[in-house]
Design a protein around this ligand. Sequence first.
Ligand code: 5GP
Length: 355
Amino acid sequence: MRIETDIKLDFKDVLIRPKRSTLPSRKNVDISREFDFRWSKKRFFGVPIVAANMDGVGTMEMAEAFVEEGHGLTVALHKHYAPEAQIDFLRKHGGSPVWYSIGIADEDVRKLDAVLDSPLQKEGTGIDKLCIDVANGYSEQFVEFVKRTRDRVPEMTIMAGNVVTGEMVEELILAGADVVKVGIGPGSVCTTRKMTGVGYPQLSAIIECADAAHGLGGLVCSDGGCVVPGDLAKAFGAGADFVMLGGMLAGHDQGGGQVIEEDGERCVQFYGMSSATAMDKHAGGVAEYRASEGKTVPVPYRGDVTGTVREILGGIRSACTYIGARRLKELSKRTTFVRVTEQLNNVFGKDRTSA
Ligand code: 5GP
């Protein structure tokens, strides 16, 4: 047994220190990014925020709303669309608004085969981004799967995760990932930290993983734990290239959930993808060998997602103004974090919805 005593930080443990700035207004801030992916050699241009591949968030309607807004946000589609629905979507919008999510089970490979075999793929209007997503990205099988997939689809941009430490980020990038997804336990409907005691404070995970990824020409996507726009500013400030959002985008019309009344409030049920709710819906119940590591919570119904997106983007733009970053790219270079909490109070994020 070993104990690591270095301080590890979460979003709520820090604030961003303001800096002298010559920017007249947040209107002058450009929050899109341009990336050339290490392996696929494809170029990304847009606001690097990704809707999580969860029911109620990673939907085609969400992707359509993002296309309409025109900022270039993307959606990791949840895994439960039939291949025909994916193909219909691709026919209408092409692949650029979405990441096609798969796990590493045989069934996932079959679904990927079906989409890759579609004529759209040959015409160049099919999927161009994959999100290979497992709860625990530390297994050898996962790394092997990423390698095999990279060999199979060399031109496809691959995001893979989740992990929280630099050495595993390096391994996944060398295996073929363009972007590594970072986050174990911070999700708003995740109970991994409580159920297993495993996790890593998200801000430190981003700082350490981004450093490892950037050293190899790879990128990271911070996944989970953002509850307010300022958390996204902190994630980008810490070095995240992309930020994935679940809870902050839940409760909207585009999620397709049923609106219910709870204590006089209009709500939508939002649940983790390994919660009992999700497993009942998609897998006919919780498998005996595994405990559910997600929960179901009511979130306030918030109507159209457009207003929420504008608020999030406004918050990030404003953060850039406070520290004199003309472009999102400059945010991390100009960020100085100030610690504002004592470490011991924060393990389970008392005043937050996470774990
Ligand atoms: P949020 O933005 O809501 O804080 O976090 C979203 C992330 O939580 C997702 O992208 C995913 O990585 C993670 N997540 C979603 N469902 C579950 C679940 O049931 N269990 C766990 N451990 N994590 C989940």
